[in-house]
Design a protein around this ligand. Structure first.
Ligand code: NAP
Length: 254
């Protein structure tokens, strides 16, 4: 069953959707009938983003565009939301998925590595929320899903910058949920554990096996499993859930 009806086509912006979890979310939402805006920041990513948009348009009969924008830059984030609004006439769903890591122990962490992670993961989420919420408030409808991480709840040695950025995303999610609920806009966070993407590809087999030992399900998650959760939170049927952080980690943080 699709989310769209003949009278109202719903649309979604998914940041960082040229690959990984964001790509799976774009695929899942397009399959559910949403018009989608695929995003990334790099030139290399843009070719993948455009190819994905073309593929989704022809496979599902939805409108799909690709737009390069660095979400850490407020003007570029605004241009991303404006481009989607111009293409689709409304912004129903924003999935703030773009994220990076620059791991290292805090005592040795370079200032630029701290700043880069906070700027993309936290400020980028704020920039897109701000631009999209202005449109959603006028529509009196919206669904915002922010990609946090279990380490934003638990902390993680070697990821002070990343964990702080994701803890910030959780605080931002709860604050925006309070600000926007009366306008029929929900804001929730998804907190994945270890998911098999480029981000976790850097791990050695030894590290991967050691991590899997700590996961009740004894395996990494798949991007499609995260996308299924995002799809529910993005749907009109999830309207009484807001300000929540939903872990999807195979029982790792139990
Ligand atoms: P990924 O495979 O590395 O993909 C990241 C995506 O974000 C790419 O499309 C990338 O494209 C884009 N991106 C990076 N910086 C950007 C920027 N400044 N502006 C716009 N787009 C940008 O990552 P992933 O593993 O799918 O992770 C997606 C999200 O889930 C992230 O927020 C991550 O922190 C979170 N998460 C992942 C895991 C995991 O285990 N994989 C666990 C918990 C949380 P370009 O490189 O072209 O910019």
């Amino acid at each position: 069953m699709t989310e769209n009806t003949e009278t109202l086509r719903r649309s979604a912006v998914i940041t960082g959707s040229s690959r990984g979890i964001g790509r799976a979310v774009a695929e899942k939402l397009a399959a559910a009938g949403y018009d989608v805006c695929v995003n990334c920041s790099s030139e290399r990513g843009l070719a993948d983003a455009q190819a994905l948009a073309d593929e989704l348009a022809s496979a599902h009969g939805v409108r799909a565009i690709a737009k390069a924008a660095n979400v850490a830059d407020a003007a570029e984030a605004q241009a991303l939301i404006d481009a989607a609004h111009e293409a689709f006439g409304r912004i129903d769903v924003l999935v703030n998925n773009a994220g990076i890591t620059r791991d290292g122990l805090a005592v040795r962490m370079k200032e630029e590595d701290f700043d880069a992670v906070i700027n993309v993961n936290l400020k980028g989420t704020f920039n897109c929320c701000k631009a999209a919420a202005q449109r959603m408030m006028k529509q009196r409808y919206g669904r915002i899903v922010n990609m946090a991480s279990v380490v934003g709840v638990s902390g993680n040695a070697g990821q002070a910058n990343y964990a702080a950025s994701k803890a910030g995303v959780i605080g931002l999610t709860k604050s925006l949920a309070r600000e926007l609920a009366a306008r029929n806009i929900t804001v929730n966070a998804v907190a994945p554990g270890f998911i098999a993407t480029d981000m976790t590809d850097e791990l050695s087999d030894k590290q991967r096996n050691a991590i899997a030992e700590r996961i009740a399900a004894r395996r990494f998650g798949e991007p499609e499993e995260v996308a299924a959760l995002v799809r529910f939170l993005a749907s009109s049927g999830s309207g009484y859930i807001t300000g929540q952080v939903i872990c999807i980690d195979g029982g790792m943080a139990l």
